[in-house]
Design a protein around this ligand. Structure first.
Ligand SMILES: Nc1ncnc2c1ncn2[C@@H]1O[C@H](COP(=O)(O)OP(=O)(O)OP(=O)(O)O)[C@@H](O)[C@H]1O
Ligand SMILES: O=C(O)c1ccc[n+]([C@@H]2O[C@H](COP(=O)([O-])O)[C@@H](O)[C@H]2O)c1
Length: 195
């Protein structure tokens, strides 16, 4: 019997924004998970390193953004694992470290299309519940994985903002405060990030 059910929300969070927070909070409040862990990925297999802030700066922003959210916890579990960070490896590590917890994956509908290209995607699909929230995608058809027994759609709000858009705006000197938690916005200004 597991003592807690943890929803794992993986991302680079460069920086964490209100789209991420809205999803994490929605799942923490409306699904059967006890906690949502925001797993800050040092290096995602499909992402470029060039515009990436150091992992600990991204983690610090995630910590500040979630201070007032009891059920949402940033995790630095991937910091000492080999890069790029494959989710299957991290899950194996987490299960060993927390044998009393059960883990489910949280991902946007966009990621469901790319999931077959992830490392050991069959293992992920066969062993973990996958909570999928809606996103606007370029695809006309539903993902073939939408009907997979491990996939469960969650009816969460759609907020189409991205960290890359926020970084671009900051570089151009635009006001990005409405898209960020106030603590994150203040921290980015103080640290002069993304200029
Ligand atoms: N506005 C959003 N609403 C819901 N989910 C989002 C949103 N933006 C990103 N995500 C999802 O959150 C997870 C973490 O995202 P990530 O940190 O890579 O953010 P991003 O905003 O997409 O970043 P970037 O623009 O740098 O690629 C990913 O699964 C991504 O699909
Ligand atoms: O394990 C994989 O092969 C794999 C491939 C692509 C992405 N991921 C995970 O999914 C997270 C979100 O991916 P992305 O590309 O939408 O930022 C990323 O931070 C990784 O933890 C994992």
């Amino acid at each position: 019997m597991f003592s807690k059910k943890i929803g794992l929300y993986f991302g680079t969070f460069n920086p964490i924004h209100i789209g991420h927070l809205t999803i994490a909070n929605h799942i923490a409040e409306f699904s059967d998970v006890d906690e949502v862990w925001l797993v800050v990925t040092p290096l995602s297999p499909f992402k470029k390193k060039s515009t990436m802030l150091p992992s600990y700066d991204r983690f610090e922003m995630a910590l500040q953004a979630t201070q007032a959210y009891e059920k949402i916890k940033p995790s630095d579990i991937e910091f000492n694992l080999p890069q790029p960070n494959y989710t299957a490896n991290t899950l194996a590590y987490l299960e060993e470290k927390h044998p009393n917890y059960s883990f489910v994956l949280i991902m946007g509908e966009d990621n469901l299309y790319s999931l077959p290209k992830w490392k050991n995607s069959e293992v992920l699909l066969n062993n973990y519940e996958i909570l999928v929230y809606p996103r606007i995608t370029i695809h006309k058809e539903k993902s073939p994985l939408a009907k997979h027994p491990s996939v469960k759609f969650i009816d969460a709000p759609i907020m189409e903002i991205s960290s890359s858009f926020i970084r671009k705006c900051i570089k151009e000197g635009k006001n990005v405060r409405p898209m960020l938690a106030p603590e994150v916005s203040a921290y980015i200004e103080k640290m002069n990030f993304y200029k």
